[in-house]
Ligand binder design. Structure first.
Ligand SMILES: [Zn+2]
Length: 415
């Protein structure tokens, strides 16, 4: 078993220890007799730092609990021969923990205790799990009243308010060790299911008492602030994301930058962004509708013009045209208008931009097969498409050869 120094002092960033064993494969790691490095457990992620011997400085990138109670310090790179000599079992080393990362973890984890206690006090919603990621944390709240499983905006704001009151009150946070029997009478928020005889308790004065092995601040003021973020429904209740301390500041800073950038696009104040965005979306919807209407009118007029310009030969009107700056949707609309306006029309349309495409159509009752003709033409152009006997469409990768292919299709109908 590794002696865990962080159990007694979360602010111990440097410590002396002795190497117990060196692991080379599959991942290089050291095991010490004692450590202040926190291994990933109980929702809290591990520390990082350095292990320093007189001639060697090794980077610790991950720390994990082994099943036998030892703490494994994983190193960032395999040990070179000289380094290996410097950390043989029995060597005295100095451990140095990355203090900024540890402080951040203490703030997040202590915030979790305060927040979990707040949700119990206010709404009797117990925390069933805690997750710490690199940029945010979350707790899962169990909601027992399954008939009305909800977490309202007001509840979120009340819990956030109470949690921050507790931060501002700067209550002491003490570590206590008790036996399991003693713990049973203390009214803990959460009693862990372990077999250990001794329990480590985190005591936020007159607010929360719970068993926990993590690293915490020594008074709630050190948490700084607690900001609740996204909530989402999960299987048995709700997941609440939060950030505390410097994370709360950096997250808010990022929110502000995003909002400021967005507000500048609308030339609006940041608090008016939602209203401005709604207004813009309404305008877009209206413009889209107007555009559809205009396209329809334009297609009808253009179909009539094309028919008027085209003489009837062999008792049908064959209209062959290549367009620019017309999309497939417009081409199709135009072909439909044209074949409905005249009972004897055949339309072979191409567009070379924005996306090269073809639309072939004939009036109902005409004898050709547009689907087959389009497929044949597509085969020459390397495109994809298809359709029915009266209407077919498809896109081609580039506009080269489009006019020739169209002329060949028209030619095949003339025979
Ligand atoms: Zn904890």
């Amino acid at each position: 078993m590794t002696d865990r120094l962080y159990y007694h002092d979360s602010f111990l960033y440097n410590f002396d220890a002795e190497v117990r064993s060196v692991i080379e494969t599959p991942r290089p790691a050291l095991i010490l007799d004692r450590t202040a490095f926190y291994p990933t457990s109980g929702g809290q992620i591990h520390d990082t730092g350095w292990i320093v011997s007189p001639d060697t400085k090794l980077r610790v990138t991950e720390v994990a609990d082994a099943e036998d109670g030892r703490v494994v310090h994983y190193l960032d790179a395999p040990l070179k021969e000289a380094q290996l000599k410097n950390v043989q079992p029995g060597t005295r080393i100095r451990g140095e923990i990355d203090p900024a990362r540890r402080r951040d973890h203490m703030q997040q984890h202590s915030a979790q205790h305060v927040l979990s206690a707040a949700f119990i006090r206010l709404f009797n919603m117990p925390t069933v799990s805690f997750h710490m990621a690199d940029d945010y944390c979350s707790i899962d709240l169990r909601i027992d009243d399954l008939d009305t499983p909800s977490l309202t905006k007001d509840q979120i704001e009340s819990a956030e308010r109470l949690a921050n009151d507790v931060v501002l009150e700067n209550r002491s946070v003490d570590i206590r060790f008790v036996t399991r029997d003693e713990a049973a009478h203390l009214g803990l928020r959460k009693l862990p299911p372990t077999e250990h005889d001794q329990l480590r308790l985190i005591d936020i004065r007159d607010f929360d008492l719970t068993a926990c092995g993590g690293t915490h601040v020594s008074s709630t003021g050190q948490i700084g602030s607690i900001l609740l973020r996204k909530t989402e429904k999960v299987r048995q209740g709700y997941r609440v994301e939060f950030v505390a301390g410097q994370r709360a500041v950096s997250t808010t800073r990022r929110d502000f930058s995003t909002l400021t950038e967005t507000a500048a696009l609308f030339s609006a104040h940041i608090y008016d962004v939602a209203q401005q965005a709604r207004k813009s979306l309404d305008e877009i919807r209206l413009l889209r509708k107007q555009r559809e209407q205009s396209q329809d009118e334009l297609a009808a007029a253009q179909a009539a013009t094309l028919l008027a310009e085209t003489p009837e030969t062999n008792s049908r009107k064959l209209v062959v045209r290549t367009f620019s700056d017309r999309d497939l949707t417009f081409l199709k609309l135009l072909a439909q208008k044209l074949t409905r306006l005249s009972p004897t029309a055949v339309a072979l349309f191409a567009t070379d931009s924005p996306q090269p495409a073809l639309v072939f159509a004939q009036s109902a009752g005409q004898p050709h097969d547009m689907g087959a003709l389009l497929k044949e033409t597509m085969a020459k152009l390397g495109g994809r498409g298809g359709g029915s006997k009266d209407l077919a469409q498809g896109g081609v990768p580039k506009s080269d050869g489009l006019a020739d292919a169209l002329a060949a299709a028209a030619q095949s109908l003339a025979i």
